[in-house]
Design a protein around this ligand. Structure first.
Ligand SMILES: Nc1ncnc2c1ncn2[C@@H]1O[C@H](COP(=O)(O)OP(=O)(O)OP(=O)(O)O)[C@@H](O)[C@H]1O
Length: 416
């Protein structure tokens, strides 16, 4: 297919997302791109999303390898979702949704989950940021962590949204997606993390894994909504309701039908006619970068600035994805000891802090989801890692059984 890349509209850990247009039809779509050598996660996502066809899942269009700026790029072509993420929607509603809207979004997500689970696929990273809103409503997106329900792949996902059995590294199945759905409902209802004020990510993981506590249910929700939440947030995964059962719950029956995106995106480019907006902006500038610019005026850049402000301002950042790093051991000797004390003489990268666990290795590969700036910074300081860096993970990878250590960025402490 003949297509051309437009403005960058988002960045994730595995890819940069741009808007694109088909040369022949002028059809607008989204392209997730990564350098071919670092596109393992994106290709994995392609293998999953290309097998899906549902009104509740972002549609697959195709894949392409391109040569750009002397680099081979892997591109995943998918449906463009002009309304942004569910978190953006929450922000635009003043930080929380009313119960009828929560019911609407929840029902659409559950329909998507029912579809995925009926195909034997676990999404593994359900959260507001991975629900995208289009003209026909919300759809499940970002299949970078998805896998078959019987897969032996390592645990993946975002700590705040992980079910207890996932946080313990035991199992990640269909019911784990249902727990994450419960967390997403709390996110919609409160505009906050399901575990607010829970400390650093490691403390949160331990709390989720071993405390036996549930996230706090928002007190203002109706008893029906609370009952629905209770069916999702059960410590024992076998006791959680399935997606099909949840669709019959009275809470979803009563949610109002709405076409949220019509009211939200009057300024969003949805057709070729709007492409001038994107082209007038510097290619390297993403929407999110524009938030910080001062507003005023009515140029295309100003319009985009206003749009981006409404899309992103105050968007929740509690999943703290940029502050996580996975370090994988490739050997046995010397290396990282995060269980350090004042006596340790070591190169410190990324500031001080409390780390967790320890292991040793001869070489490290870093799988980061940092911003490019942070990634460049850390790789500069760790020459040994430069070649091995794999920019691929979605949110977080937990591989306790493979000596992979999870530590927050602020706690990285490396010794060679
Ligand atoms: N189809 C789309 N239409 C519009 N915007 C999109 C689309 N896909 C992604 N985006 C934007 O790009 C951002 C990053 O995309 P996405 O989360 O899929 O990338 P990722 O690398 O898989 O991210 P993660 O860090 O969560 O793994 C999203 O938050 C969203 O703002």
């Amino acid at each position: 297919m003949d297509w051309s890349r437009g403005q960058t509209i988002g960045r994730g850990s595995s890819a940069t997302v741009s808007i694109a247009t088909s040369g022949r039809s002028g059809h607008v779509f989204a392209v997730k791109s990564a350098e071919l050598s670092q596109s393992k996660a994106l290709q994995h996502e392609q293998s999953i999303i290309s097998s899906l066809a549902s009104a509740h899942v972002v549609s697959y269009i195709g894949q392409a390898i391109t040569r750009e700026n002397d680099k081979s790029m892997y591109n995943l072509l998918i449906e463009y979702m002009p309304g942004g993420t569910l978190n953006d929607i929450v922000s635009r509603h003043g930080g929380r949704l009313d119960e009828s809207l929560i019911g609407y979004y929840t029902r659409e997500i559950v329909r998507g989950l029912e579809y995925l689970h009926s195909l034997g696929i676990v999404h593994c990273d359900i959260k507001g940021r991975n629900i995208l809103v289009g003209e026909k409503g919300p759809k499940i997106a970002d299949f970078g962590c998805a896998r078959p329900g019987n897969s032996a792949k390592p645990i993946a996902g975002t700590p705040m949204f992980m079910a207890p059995e996932v946080a313990r590294g035991e199992h990640q199945g269909f019911s784990s997606d249902i727990w994450s759905l419960g967390c997403t409902i709390i996110e919609m209802a409160t505009g906050c993390s399901p575990w607010p004020n829970a400390g650093d990510p490691i403390a949160i993981l331990y709390r989720i894994a071993y405390s036996g506590e549930l996230p706090e249910f928002p007190s203002f929700l109706s008893s029906e909504a609370k009952d629905f939440l209770a069916k999702c947030l059960r410590i024992n995964p076998d006791e959680r309701w399935t997606a099909s059962q949840l669709l019959k719950h009275p809470f979803l029956g009563q949610s109002k039908q709405t076409n949220e995106s019509n009211t939200l995106n009057s300024g969003s480019p949805t057709s070729i006619l709007d492409q001038g907006i994107w082209k007038s902006l510097d290619e390297s500038e993403s929407l999110s970068n524009l938030i910080s610019l001062s507003s005023g005026g009515d140029s295309p850049a100003d319009r985009i600035r206003r749009l981006s402000s409404s899309l992103f301002s105050g968007a929740p950042r509690w999943d703290l994805e940029e502050s996580w790093i996975t370090i994988r051991s490739n050997g046995q000797n010397s290396g990282i000891n995060s269980d350090y004390g004042e006596d340790d003489e070591a190169d410190m990268v990324g500031g001080s802090g409390r780390a967790w666990g320890s292991f040793s290795c001869t070489s490290l590969s870093l799988e980061t989801n940092f911003s490019d700036k942070n990634r460049a910074h850390i790789l500069d300081q760790i020459p040994q890692c430069r070649e091995k860096s794999v920019v691929y993970l979605n949110s977080l990878i937990l591989e306790k059984d493979r000596d992979t250590l999870l530590i927050p960025f602020s706690s990285i402490f490396l010794q060679f």
